[in-house]
Design a binder for this molecule. Structure first.
Ligand SMILES: *[C@@H]1O[C@H](CO)[C@@H](O)[C@H](O)[C@H]1NC(C)=O
Ligand SMILES: *[C@@H]1O[C@H](CO)[C@@H](O)[C@H](O)[C@H]1NC(C)=O
Length: 228
């Protein structure tokens, strides 16, 4: 086939309650408190890879953090959330959502969480002027967010058809509990306007696209979706 094919994969998440975190309380204890961290949590692999992140404040004040988590309806004590400072977080367990690539993010890792359990994360920022604790609650079900599919490939079929295939995210170990589905977005430019078509969700890891125009450049995005 004469067509030029341009392939990309992107982190796109559909139909998930990623915004389900709610800030329960922020308390300042002493003096001029450090700014409130905006905490974002996601689980890229059930049950052991849940990360919470928050931006490093731009203030020059050195801040350090204490991060603990506990089950809301349990008498058990709080456990330490394993802190990962900004300099090392880019190489950590999974991809950081790239809302702002230049922001330095603190992360902490919560291992081995349970389903149907409300967790409370307590991030305490401490600096010489005081400290403040920020409580965030979440249920694992609401923050499950798989990494993107990998190894996207495109091969020609008939003159106007292409076969698009991909592999599940290798970090996703729980197909039995949270089976993944996939969606494809493909885009092209026609007379200066971008057109796009969304397909899916499918369980298959390949699909045939029909009616493509030879010579046109197409851009494909394959994303994971969790059935709800
Ligand atoms: C998760 O971690 C626990 C112990 O921390 C381990 O026993 C278990 O096998 C791990 N599960 C997976 C799916 O890696
Ligand atoms: C949050 O953590 C800080 C520091 O560990 C602790 O002093 C504070 O009592 C905790 N807050 C709650 C509500 O558990």
């Amino acid at each position: 086939m004469a067509g030029v094919v341009h392939i990309t994969t992107m982190v796109l998440i559909f139909g998930l309650g990623c915004q389900a975190l709610d800030l329960l309380k922020a308390t300042a204890t002493l003096g001029d408190p450090p700014s409130t961290p905006t905490v974002h949590c996601w689980c890229s692999s059930y049950p052991n890879v849940t990360l919470c992140s928050w931006p490093e404040p731009l203030l020059s004040q050195p801040t350090h953090y204490l991060a603990t988590y506990s089950e809301r309806h349990s008498k058990g004590g709080a456990k330490m959330c394993h802190l990962i400072p900004p300099s090392s977080s880019s190489t950590s367990l999974t991809t950081v959502p790239s809302s702002s690539a230049f922001e330095q993010l603190w992360q902490c890792h919560l291992p081995n969480l349970k389903l149907l359990t409300e967790y409370i994360l307590n991030i305490t920022a401490v600096h010489s002027g005081g400290s403040s604790s920020h409580l965030t609650s979440f249920m694992l079900e609401d923050i499950v967010k798989p990494d993107p599919p990998v190894d996207v490939r495109v091969s020609p079929m008939a003159t106007k058809n292409l076969l698009v295939g991909w592999s599940p995210p290798p970090t996703w170990k729980s197909m039995d509990i949270f089976p993944l589905k996939y969606q494809i977005l493909y885009q092209w430019v026609s007379r200066g306007t971008t057109k796009s078509i969304n397909l899916g969700p499918f369980e298959n890891t390949k699909t045939e696209l029909k009616g493509l125009i030879p010579g046109r450049t197409y851009r494909f995005q394959v994303s994971c979706a969790l059935p709800r």
